[in-house]
Design a binder for this molecule. Structure first.
Ligand code: HEM
Ligand SMILES: *[C@@H]1O[C@H](CO)[C@@H](O)[C@H](O)[C@H]1NC(C)=O
Length: 472
């Protein structure tokens, strides 16, 4: 500190001597950078050498990050560290390390890093919503609300299962109407899955030829792609560039448009809202906003309504429809497996009625195929970033509070020490010798976490129910 003060006084006194000023500034900047990047903790996870200002960013090949990461974990092990400019990041690989973080020490790892790139959408300092919300009161309140509201639907008259069955019927009709001609089912599936969420959130579904909704579905995909580009990645690590007027709006155009669309849906909803009647998630939320007016410090606000619903869309739609597309592909690639699934469907459900969730218990083979689709499909390979909520230890390493933590779900789903055939589509991973379904601990496509960042549990059990096989 004294050194800094001394440097500062030198800077002030040498205003009329430009070379000296230049040198002093450079020394000052390097020193500041050194202090920012310094990791003075013993037992901090190993990693590549961090360079002034940029940290370890050059060690990652942006065109092929995958290969860089594989090499790094070979060199440094299952827990290694990186540094993006001044922010510390650790990567966890393999079932053991990921489980210790998410299950045994779930609260220590329950926080989320803050993403300034979403500020322009209306996310404040605590990143409202649920998906990226910081660990704390608001997140807990919203998670509890989302879980109980989604579970009780039941809301209105229809259960979630009924809604799924109904939508599956529409999807099957649309597929049948192609009469065996080749076609791309991508957006049809997106539409069907979105409709289930729309039905829960807005009591609405959108016909598969609705132009406006088709545009929204394309925007959602575009919004995801937007984040993967070079510029967004740069903004992620150098957030002050976001202060340049117009930058966030033009780089994340699709995201903004998605939010505008959902704003409109909420507005329409408000006009038909009758407080004595709870049609859906939005109605229940509006009710909470009214109640919240009498209490300070709740997270039920107009802004949070839009962010939470957008979160349910982003979290629920792409994931489920991508999984369903993988399922179709695996069935095409493995006709023998497809055949066995079909036999089981014919045996247990027959061709005269729709499937029910209860059927799952009597369909071990199909259940195993669905699980294997999720394991092998591996659709959220790097999970969502976590952040340490307090100083903690992991696999014998020390990890300070505020460190970003990447849980490599891919490395768990394909962990060679756990799975018999990690790199093959092999439904037997989930079957015992008698052909009965077995749960596997390393099945973490939804990530994990018991109570703290208990993302899933219930939400994702609901999610699983979106996969009931159909089509008579
Ligand atoms: C195949 C389908 C799905 C997959 C593979 C999937 C996967 C994931 C993953 C990996 C996370 C990050 C968990 C973490 O922080 O470690 C997550 C979070 C989340 N998912 Fe899903 N998900 C799926 C479907 C859904 C559905 C249908 C919904 C509900 C509509 C949903 C709602 C959420 C929410 C709200 C979060 C954030 C929870 C929090 O941060 O507390 N997901 N999901
Ligand atoms: C995650 O694990 C997979 C499979 O083990 C590996 O190929 C990939 O490079 C890992 N990614 C990171 C970020 O470590």
């Amino acid at each position: 500190m004294e050194l800094l003060l001394w440097l500062w006084s030198q800077l002030r006194s040498c205003g009329n001597n430009l070379p000296t000023l230049g040198i002093a500034l450079t020394v000052f900047a390097l020193l500041f950078d050194f202090l920012k990047r310094r990791k003075s903790w013993s037992r901090y996870p190993p990693g590549p050498t961090s360079l002034p200002f940029i940290g370890t960013m050059l060690q990652i090949d942006f065109h092929n990050p995958h290969r860089s990461f594989t090499q790094l974990s070979k060199k440094y092990g299952n827990v290694f560290s990186l540094q993006n400019c001044w922010s510390n990041l650790i990567v966890l690989n393999g079932f053991k390390a990921v489980k210790e973080a998410l299950v045994q020490k779930s609260e220590d790892f329950a926080d989320r890093p803050y993403f300034p790139i979403y500020e322009h959408l209306g996310y404040g300092e605590n990143s409202e919503g649920v998906l990226l919300a910081r660990y704390g009161h608001a997140w807990k309140e919203q998670r509890r609300f989302a879980l109980s509201t989604l579970r009780n639907f039941g809301m209105g008259k229809k259960s979630l299962e009924q809604r799924v069955t109904e939508e599956a019927g529409f999807l099957c009709s649309a597929i049948c109407s192609e009469q065996g001609r080749p076609f791309d089912p991508h957006f049809l599936i997106n539409n069907a899955v979105s409709n289930v969420i729309c039905s829960l959130v807005y009591s609405e579904r959108f016909d598969y030829d609705n132009k406006k909704f088709q545009r929204l579905l394309h925007l959602v995909e575009q919004a995801l792609k937007e984040e993967g580009g070079f510029l967004p990645q740069l903004l992620l690590v150098v957030p002050w560039l976001l202060r340049i007027p117009g930058v966030p709006q033009s780089v994340f155009r699709a995201q903004k448009e998605v939010l505008d669309f959902t704003d409109e849906l909420v507005k329409e909803h408000r006009m038909t809202w009758n407080p004595t009647q709870k049609r859906d998630f939005t109605d229940a939320f509006l009710q909470e906003i009214e109640t919240a007016k009498e209490h300070a410090g709740t997270s039920f606000s107009d802004n949070n309504l839009r962010l939470v619903t957008v979160d349910l869309f982003t979290a629920g739609t792409e994931t489920t429809s991508t999984t369903l597309r993988w399922a179709l592909l695996y069935m095409l690639l493995h006709p023998d497996i497809q055949c066995k699934v079909h036999e089981e469907i014919d045996k247990v459900i027959g061709r005269d009625r729709s499937p029910k969730m209860e059927d799952q218990a009597n369909m071990p083979y199909t259940n195993a195929v669905i699980h294997e689709t999720q394991r092998y499909g591996d659709i959220v390979p790097a999970g969502l970033p976590h952040m340490t909520y307090r100083d903690t230890e992991l696999q014998g390493y020390f990890i300070p509070k505020g460190t970003t933590v990447i849980t490599n779900l891919s490395s768990v789903l394909k962990d060679e020490t756990v799975w018999e055939k990690p790199h093959q589509f092999y439904p037997e991973h989930f079957l015992d010798a008698d052909g009965q379904f077995v749960k596997r601990e390393a099945f973490l496509p939804f990530s994990a976490g018991s109570e703290k960042r208990e993302t899933h549990h219930l939400l994702h059990m609901e999610a699983e129910s979106l996969f009931t096989p159909t089509c008579a």
